[in-house]
Design a binder for this molecule. Structure first.
Ligand SMILES: [Zn+2]
Ligand SMILES: [Zn+2]
Length: 311
């Protein structure tokens, strides 16, 4: 049986390249595939392998004192969630590129809110606001009831959503994301911007869903591996489909990439709205651009043949 691990920790890493090499050797030995990003600020990874191998990976990685407290979110794998192993050193473990406004979660971050506490808050009638820090295509397929869904195209656009959250500066805010790694920065960022009472859902939506499937989070959880989306609980519990086909607006959860090369947007499209050629477009605009381009190509080809014919 295969298992997928999702994990991160913010801790100072003096030589990311060296840790990359060690992690690569470890993963190759255990036959793990996936994606691990290592930066001076920490490690962020998701890997898949046989259950014995992922257990061994956890044991060996957490034997290092700096990773001893790292929590691993485990879910059932498919054996093909990742095509290969990708281990890279980067400047950040999540690309925030906040520049001068950069946040080091080791210094400033929101208070941790455990899934149990969030569930209790939701039921207590307490005044607080859940802000979803994921990208727009992620919450297109699932989100917390009554949460605020700022339209982030990329996590680095974080500063651009501040005006939309300005009315929450003196309120209680809970940031949420898939596994928690983005919230460490996003919640810290809100604190640096003058937000007074900021919490973050500890270990993310995935941990909440494991404990409380089909309760307060509607739809499916978007994940960055071959599964694309993840359901929780028994199938009969997960009946709510919040995703909508971008073309016909019918309920759907199938992600495709826009066939227009200049766009490549990741979006939901039902089978009926994919063309016979297997092409899907996120918008009429992209479809028009694409049509115009093939028309120009066709005219060029026709002109060339015409020249040959004249000769
Ligand atoms: Zn459709
Ligand atoms: Zn498009």
């Amino acid at each position: 049986m295969h298992e997928i691990l999702l994990y991160y920790t913010y801790t100072a890493i003096a030589d990311p390249e060296e840790l990359c090499r060690a992690q690569r050797v470890l993963c190759e030995r255990l036959g793990l595939k996936g994606r691990i990003i290592i930066a001076p600020e920490g490690i962020n990874g998701t890997v898949e392998g046989l259950v014995e191998s992922t257990a061994q990976y956890i044991a060996e990685t957490t034997s290092e004192p700096r990773f001893a407290d790292m929590s691993f979110k485990r879910s059932i794998g498919t054996g093909s969630a990742f095509a290969k192993l990708f281990v890279r050193a980067r400047s950040e473990i999540v690309s925030a590129h906040l520049g001068a406004a950069d946040v080091n979660p080791a210094q400033i971050t929101g208070k941790y809110l455990q899934p149990e506490q969030l569930r209790e808050w939701i039921r207590s009638g307490k005044e607080f606001y859940i802000v979803d820090m994921r990208n727009d295509y992620e919450h297109a397929v699932g989100f917390f009831k009554n949460s605020i869904l700022p339209s982030l195209k990329h996590f680095r656009d974080l500063p651009s959503i501040l005006p939309r959250l300005a009315h929450l500066k003196n309120k209680t805010v809970v940031t949420v994301c898939t596994g928690g790694v983005r919230c460490e920065k996003a919640s810290g960022f809100l604190l640096t911007q003058g937000f007074a009472d900021v919490y973050q859902l500890h270990n993310g939506i995935v941990s909440y869903m494991e404990k409380y499937p089909a309760e307060d989070f509607l739809g499916k959880l978007y994940v960055f591996d071959g599964r694309v989306t993840m359901g929780f609980g028994r199938p009969e519990q997960n009946q709510v489909v919040v995703g909508r086909c971008a073309q016909c607006a019918e309920p759907n959860e199938q992600f495709v990439n826009c066939a227009e090369p200049s766009c490549h947007a990741h979006f939901i499209c039902c089978a009926a709205c994919v063309s016979a050629k297997g092409e899907a477009f996120c918008s009429w605009r992209c479809q028009l651009i694409h049509k115009a381009r093939s028309m120009v190509e066709w005219l060029r080809l026709a002109a060339r043949h015409a020249k040959v014919a004249v000769k």
